[in-house]
Design a protein around this ligand. Structure first.
Ligand SMILES: NC(=O)C1=CN([C@@H]2O[C@H](COP(=O)(O)OP(=O)(O)OC[C@H]3O[C@@H](n4cnc5c(N)ncnc54)[C@H](OP(=O)(O)O)[C@@H]3O)[C@@H](O)[C@H]2O)C=CC1
Ligand SMILES: O=C(O)C1=N[C@H](C(=O)O)C[C@H](O)C1
Length: 266
């Protein structure tokens, strides 16, 4: 059994991972990690473990860390992973460029998998978007995303990843074409803009539109249960535990790059 430490264990996603681990035959929860100021700190979980903080855990009881906390916690979490030489699956979104650089630097010493969306469907969608963007090289590309009213970052990490995939399909520099959330003004050619909805309990929806005069393609993905993300993160942990230090993504696990390049050769 893979021993998993969950960072941000009290949150919406942390709880989904805790539940999924309780039902897994391949991985188990060995540390439910929260801030020492968390309202659940010290409380007991169903399996008898207590919510604890990084300062109080024993790294010997952990094979891999899964991080579903918030960007504010990234540095402390990564420092712990480095000191303890533990692989870490980072699922937090809204990271700054500097924080993403921290992940790259850490990956020289430990295996790091950064997944802004751990679902299989979004990993595939990224490939489809890159392909469609390359094939319809003059189409206008816009990205819509919808999430629950508690979400803090916008556009979502997934929406940004889809924008990056679209730019990659056209060999464009993302920072040049990224226009952020659309506002006033006429659309500039090649710009990629975002529309954002925050409402109710929407778990996560994304749609990429490629529009030309007279027609448009819409590529989308909807999640109806957080277990989808939780299972993806656990599978990522099971895979990452066997890897050497390096910077990985969901594409590496699913080997989608290989599938697509073989398909395109036919
Ligand atoms: N990659 C993916 O597939 C997905 C990624 N996400 C991302 O995961 C993250 C968490 O989402 P969600 O579960 O909805 O968020 P929640 O707000 O429900 O949970 C956040 C968690 O982080 C903890 N936390 C908050 N602030 C700090 C801090 N300063 N230091 C340490 N821990 C802190 C909270 O603990 P407490 O307050 O108890 O101390 C809580 O456990 C977000 O970035 C979200 O975008 C979400 C879904 C899927
Ligand atoms: O905060 C969320 O809930 C989600 N965040 C991720 C993101 O920002 O892309 C993934 C998912 O869509 C849910």
């Amino acid at each position: 059994m893979l021993k998993v430490g969950v960072l941000g264990a009290s949150g919406r996603m942390g709880q989904a991972v805790v539940t999924a681990l309780g039902q897994s035959e391949k991985a188990e929860l060995t540390a439910a990690i929260v801030r020492s100021t968390s309202s659940v700190f010290g409380k007991e979980l169903d399996n008898g473990l207590k919510y604890t903080s990084l300062k109080n855990i024993n790294a010997q009881n952990i094979d891999v860390l899964i991080d579903f906390s918030l960007p504010e916690a990234l540095e402390e979490n990564l420092t712990y992973a480095l000191q303890s030489k533990l692989p870490v699956v980072v699922c937090t979104t809204g990271l700054t460029d500097k924080q993403q650089q921290m992940l790259a630097t850490a990956s020289e010493q430990i295996p790091v998998l950064y997944a802004r969306n751990t679902s299989v469907g979004v990993a595939l969608l990224e490939q489809l978007v890159a392909l469609a963007s390359a094939a319809l090289s003059t189409a206008d590309i816009e990205i819509f995303e919808a999430h629950h009213k508690h979400k803090k970052d916008a556009p979502s990490g997934t929406a940004i990843a889809l924008g990056e995939a679209a730019a990659k399909g056209r060999h464009q520099d993302w920072s040049t074409v990224n226009t952020g959330v659309r506002g006033d003004g006429v659309r500039q050619d090649e710009s990629i803009g975002f529309s954002v909805m925050r409402a109710g309990d929407i778990i996560g929806e994304h749609q990429v539109t490629l529009a030309t005069e007279g027609e448009r393609i819409e590529l989308g993905h909807k999640v109806s249960n957080r277990n989808t993300f939780a299972q993806g993160a656990i599978n990522a942990g099971l895979w990452l535990y066997r890897q050497k230090p390096g910077n990985y993504g969901m594409q590496d696990i699913l080997e989608l790059n290989k599938v697509f390049s073989q398909l395109l050769k036919q």
